[in-house]
Each structure stands twice: as C-alpha cells, then as structure tokens.
Design a protein around this ligand. Sequence first.
Ligand SMILES: NC(=O)c1ccc[n+]([C@@H]2O[C@H](COP(=O)([O-])OP(=O)(O)OC[C@H]3O[C@@H](n4cnc5c(N)ncnc54)[C@H](OP(=O)(O)O)[C@@H]3O)[C@@H](O)[C@H]2O)c1
Length: 244
Amino acid sequence: MNLAGKTALITGGGHRIGRGLTLALARAGCNIILHYNRSAVPAQATAAQVEALGARVLLRQADLSQLDDAGPLFADLPANFTPVQVLVNNAAVFPKDTLADMTVAGWSQTFRVNLRSPILLTQAFVRALPDDEIGAVVNITDWRTERPYRTHFSYTVSKGALDAFTRTAAIQLAPRVRVNGIALGAMLPPAGATEAYWRSVLATVPLARSGGLEVAGDTLLYLLRNDFITGEIIRLTGGAHLKM
Ligand SMILES: NC(=O)c1ccc[n+]([C@@H]2O[C@H](COP(=O)([O-])OP(=O)(O)OC[C@H]3O[C@@H](n4cnc5c(N)ncnc54)[C@H](OP(=O)(O)O)[C@@H]3O)[C@@H](O)[C@H]2O)c1
C-alpha cells in the first residue's frame, strides 16, 4: 500500500507508543484520525506535531470500554480527508491480576478495551471502506501471550485472543483487507515503573536494549506497505522470545 495521502485511524495515538506510531504514519504521508480517551492534552500536542509534518489531523475522543458501535469514529470526515484505509488498534489497558484474584468487573473492562473494541473498530472500518478500495489493519499485541506473565492474567489472555482475532480476521477479510499484528517486547517502561524494574526487564533481552518508538513505527510502516503479508504477527522483542 502506498501510504501517501491515505487516512489512518489510530486508537490511543496521543502519547507513548501510540504517539510514535502516529508520527511514523504522518511522516509516511498519512492524514490521521487520532483517537484518545483521557489524554486530551498529549493528544493535542501530538496533533500539532502531525500538522508540523505537513499532514492533516482530526482528534476523536471515545472511551473504548463503552463502545457498542464504532461507526461514528469513521463517519463525518471533513471533505479534505479520504475514507479511512488504515486502522491501528493500539489502545490497551495493562492491569495487574492473577487467575486467583481476578474479578468479573476487571476482566470485563480489560476485554472491552483490549479485544472487544479492536473487533468492533475493525468491523466498522470494513463497513466504511469503499468497495473499490483496499485496507490494512495492524493490531498492537504483546509477545508475552507466548510466555505468559505471572502477574497480568486478564491482559495476557485478552492479547492472546487479539492474536487469534488477527489471524481470523485476516482470513475473513482477504483479499481486500490485510490484518497483521506487532507483538511488542520491551519498548517503553510501563507508566510508574522503577529504573530497577526496567533494568531487570532489559537484562532478559538478548539485544540488551529496549526497542523504542522509531523501531515500532518502522515495523508498522513495513506491515502496511507490504501488500503480500496478512495474518502475520511480528515479534518485536530484541530476541527476548528466544530465551527460556
Ligand atoms: N510499553 C511497552 O513496552 C509495551 C510492551 C508490549 C505491548 N505493548 C502494547 O503497546 C500498546 C501501547 O502501549 P503503551 O505502553 O504506550 O500503553 P499506555 O501508555 O498504557 O497507553 C494506553 C493507551 O490506551 C488508551 N486507553 C486505555 N484505556 C482506554 C479506554 N477505556 N478507552 C480508550 N482508550 C483507552 C489510552 O488513552 P488515554 O491516555 O487517552 O486515556 C492510551 O493512549 C498497548 O497495546 C500495549 O499493550 C506495550
């Protein structure tokens, strides 16, 4: 897919990894529908950076845990935006729980944001895509679905289901829409993480460093541009997935 002039919708695009992905899309020539929930100020700052790169940007606020119909996020675009042809499902929650202490309410909130909303967004994206256009979806997932955390039960199971959704949607939406994923490893320390915690994480990475925003953005652009990849989930881990 040639990204120049295409419209891309990214969830949670205003800060941290989402911001890196948003700016990569803008640098590649995409106009951006930048979704945020609570982070209005970072979203506005990222929107200004997008405009400084010469791309157009539209901010859309939504609590994805309350989403029943994602159609409005793709509707009523200004005349200088083409229909959305790229969807990046980045927003997620990362609560701490275990099988022993998880609650139905906590589980449900995690699944609503991490799994249900990417599914509803993908459905609405396809419905809004003009018949004569191709599209591409990239889901941001986590390599720890293969080597589960002891500490993030609902999150890990929700991302594992997102992996299954990625492959299932790739089959169901071919040949017009490709669906891929990026299974991130250590990219940015979680909010509030101590330096000692992050050092201990990086000690498990064979390449002995974190990935960072540029690496994530490059991988996103690779998956979007390569028209023969679908149903693929690229591990972006610095080799961490190879270690026992
Ligand atoms: N950081 C890492 O090293 C790492 C590793 C593996 C996988 N990942 C994955 O990479 C993605 C981004 O990670 P991150 O560390 O940048 O995440 P983060 O800092 O926790 O940001 C999460 C994003 O999700 C949005 N979000 C959360 N709850 C929402 C809700 N109810 N409705 C709408 N939006 C909601 C937030 O929007 P607002 O702030 O606007 O509310 C925010 O933009 C996630 O999918 C994560 O699982 C990250």
